[in-house]
Design a protein. Structure first.
Length: 64
């Protein structure tokens, strides 16, 4: 008998509207990042961008 692996922390695609911290004339853009939580997603992007949450989407091919 083989064990079926389960995903304890499913990943989601997090989308944000973002402004570059380095360019004061930058226009807002949409950024996406794959992470298990919004906090993790923000941790990845926040050093370089000012973020506004837009969406949380399931990652294709991953059962939740």
């Amino acid at each position: 008998m083989t064990a079926t692996p389960t995903q304890a922390h499913p990943k989601f695609l997090w989308r944000f509207m973002a402004l570059s911290r380095a360019d004061m004339n930058a226009k807002p853009c949409r950024l996406s990042v794959e992470a298990t939580s919004e906090k993790e997603a923000r941790k990845i992007l926040a050093p370089n961008f000012i973020l506004s949450f837009a969406a949380r989407l399931p990652v294709p091919g991953v059962a939740v």
